[in-house]
Design a protein around this ligand. Structure first.
Ligand code: SAM
Length: 240
């Protein structure tokens, strides 16, 4: 079974750890604006479930519908949820991707972190329209626009590194522009003992990088006002 996130999932929370703090600050910011009376929070591309867990932990009334098509990422999320029996009635983790899932009729909020670039321009318009149709006026969605803002060549660079016991983990990214809006990313995940490579996995994704201006225009067209969260790639969308 093809799972494009299998390599990433090998140590996802470790690789994502340096990026968690701004994300949790933004989640903290939107928590009071989630409308639990209106519907569940939709977590698109829930990954290892870290964002959903944050909401469940800090918003006792929240219910979540998490969409996660990758089997390996989904198993990380379910492993996290398994530790918390008190969450079991509050979250549903669905294996469908956004484009094939039956969405709840109404949403109390939405998260789409690290996933927007998986949608091309037409699909992105569809995502924004589906969210706008389901959120209440004043309802919010939290998402991010991955850098760079404009496609360009990215030379190989180490984007994360961690040491767990005797094993070092490294993530290396490299990218090429593909047309006006997309980039082909090559991600290599390594584990090493001293200089000896124990595991090495490489995966490639085409990711869409709409410019912040273009995305703001698309979101406005769908009925959202876009607020940049501090000096980050995160955006809070508010349903007008
Ligand atoms: C970089 S991870 C981000 C995970 C998590 N949101 C986070 O912030 O850590 C992107 C996730 O989006 C999922 N994904 C990719 N395409 C998707 C789609 N069309 N619908 C829903 N999820 C998708 C992938 O399987 C992957 O787990």
């Amino acid at each position: 079974m093809d799972d494009p996130y299998a390599a990433t999932a090998s140590a996802y929370d470790l690789f994502a750890h340096p990026y968690r703090r701004p994300c949790e600050s933004a989640l903290g910011e939107i928590l009071p604006r989630l409308r639990h009376d209106h519907g569940p929070v939709l977590d698109i591309g829930a990954g290892s479930g870290a964002n959903a867990a944050f909401v469940l932990e800090h918003a006792p009334e929240a219910r979540i519908v998490a969409l996660e098509p990758s089997r390996s990422m989904r198993s990380l999320a379910l492993g996290r949820i398994a530790e918390h029996p008190e969450w079991h009635t509050r979250i549903t983790v669905r294996p469908e991707d956004f484009l094939e899932a039956t969405l709840p009729a109404r949403l109390g909020g939405a998260l789409a972190i690290g996933v927007l670039g998986h949608f091309d321009a037409g699909e992105r318009t569809g995502v924004l329209a589906e969210l706008a149709a389901r959120l209440p006026r004043g309802g919010v969605a939290l998402l991010d626009l991955q850098e760079p803002a404009h496609p360009r060549r990215v030379e190989p660079c180490e984007f994360t590194a961690a040491q767990i016991g005797e094993i070092a983990y490294r993530g290396i990214a490299e990218a090429w522009p593909v047309g006006e809006e997309a980039m082909r990313w090559r991600m290599t995940y390594l584990s090493l003992e001293d200089e000896r490579v124990l595991t090495e996995e490489t995966v490639e994704h085409v990711y869409h990088h709409p410019s912040p201006e273009r995305f703001a225009a698309e979101a406005a067209e769908a009925g959202f006002t876009v607020h940049r969260f501090r000096d980050t790639v995160l955006r809070i969308l508010e349903r007008r």
